[in-house]
Design a protein around this ligand. Structure first.
Ligand SMILES: [Zn+2]
Length: 416
């Protein structure tokens, strides 16, 4: 018996060392990995669908199943075709984005509010956001969706990690017993438990840490937004709204962030809301970052081409929570569609940078040739320069695609 224990200790140490170095425990078993990923998606879906407590301050009612982040009666229905829009959707199986067709009743929904508080967004019925309080509410529900979403991810990750460790432990025990040539119970070991950090669990830990940090960043944002909602006036957050008389066939409601020179992160809540005669672009941030928001708005509202750049940058460098008119998307060749979707994930840029491809070619062409009642010679050098760059964007191809798996690996290894 004593020899058995010594042998067990020796073998288990060897196996633990082996597993610590493994990049993945599913290496040669694709079916097993698929099952694991599939299970993770199922966990996430169940958590996302489960009713929660209403996000309205001081309300403890249970949420309804579908609260929209973007109004379905206006913005979404305007870009829908046969009541459907397209949305970038992350696929865990092959770690990349695909375009998913979604019905406008499902698009942008989350478990956010109870039946009563869902009614506060009554500008839904008016169809157009045009009052200060409508803007406060729209920013508030974008923040609420973000908070609910991150909480869902945290809960999912915790469960997935638990599953992963259980599978790993079972595998290790099977390996030990096969080397020992007998069950560990037969040598008096009732339970074999081990916790070690391998590459996969290391990345999970980093993801959890990042999500928890993000959730904390949003706590004060949420508190400020609720104060503005309760007081029905702009006070705790800073807001900007650009009303543009051109229709963008895209709608977005999400969050973008960038780092200041001192490394501190600034968060912008962003919205693109098309309406019949134009598009409303909203942005909000905490009061102390008002300077950046104003600087941002002043910069991008100088010219229609700049606004177009802003919209495209929000879509690629800002938030993946957007919906596009299907026929608009299918105008692009497949390779370009893939490149844009790849860039949603593989990017180091933020919303201050222009995207280097053109998503809305027709609008770009229109803004380039738009007459300004001045001759070309009177254009400033900076405008000439801008037009040249924008013309080039319409020509770019073919496209270099960096594998998302490689980007993900580099990202998490760098952020240790
Ligand atoms: Zn409520």
């Amino acid at each position: 018996m004593k020899n058995d224990i010594a042998k067990f200790l020796e073998i288990s140490e060897e196996i633990e060392e082996e597993y610590r170095k493994k990049r993945t425990i599913f290496e040669d078993n694709h079916g097993e990995l698929k099952k694991f990923v599939h299970n993770g998606i199922k966990i996430n879906n169940n958590i996302a669908k489960a009713p929660k407590t209403c996000m309205f301050p001081n309300c403890s009612n249970e949420t309804i199943k579908r609260s929209h982040t973007i109004q379905s009666s206006a913005s979404l229905s305007l870009i829908a075709e046969s009541n459907h829009v397209l949305q970038p959707n992350w696929n865990d199986f092959d770690a990349k984005y695909y375009m998913k067709k979604v019905g406008i009743n499902e698009a942008s929904v989350f478990t956010g509010f109870c039946k009563d508080h869902e009614q506060i967004f009554n500008f839904e019925k008016k169809k157009l956001i045009n009052e200060e309080f409508d803007i406060i509410l729209q920013v508030f529900r974008t923040i609420c969706r973000e908070v609910v979403n991150i909480k869902n991810v945290v809960l999912t990750l915790e469960k997935v990690v638990e599953n992963y460790k259980k599978i790993r432990q079972d595998k290790m025990l099977a390996n030990i017993e096969s080397k020992l040539e007998k069950p560990v119970k037969s040598i008096g070991i009732q339970k074999y438990t081990v916790d070690l950090t391998d590459e996969t669990s290391h990345v999970y830990n980093l993801q959890l840490k990042e999500c928890t940090k993000r959730l904390n960043e949003f706590k004060s944002f949420y508190t400020h937004a609720t104060t503005d909602v309760l007081n029905k006036q702009v006070n705790k957050l800073s807001y900007t709204a650009i009303k543009f008389d051109q229709f963008f066939p895209v709608s977005l409601a999400g969050v973008a962030s960038f780092s200041k020179k001192n490394g501190k992160k600034v968060i912008f809540i962003i919205n693109i809301l098309p309406y019949e005669d134009g598009t409303l672009m909203l942005a909000a941030t905490s009061k102390k970052e008002k300077y950046y928001l104003e600087k941002y708005q002043n910069h991008f509202s100088q010219h229609p081409l700049m606004l177009l750049n802003m919209v495209e940058s929000w879509m690629v460098h800002g938030s993946d929570h957007w919906f596009i008119k299907p026929s608009e998307w299918y105008k692009h060749p497949i390779e370009k569609q893939e490149k844009i979707l790849n860039d949603l994930y593989v990017t180091e840029k933020n919303i201050f940078s222009n995207y280097d491809l053109s998503i809305f070619d027709d609008l770009r062409t229109k803004f380039i040739i738009q007459p300004y009642n001045i001759s070309n010679d009177d254009y400033s050098d900076s405008l000439k320069n801008l037009i040249d760059i924008e013309k080039e964007k319409l020509k770019i191809s073919p496209y270099f695609i960096k594998p998302t798996s490689l980007h993900r690996y580099e990202y998490w290894m760098k952020n240790q």
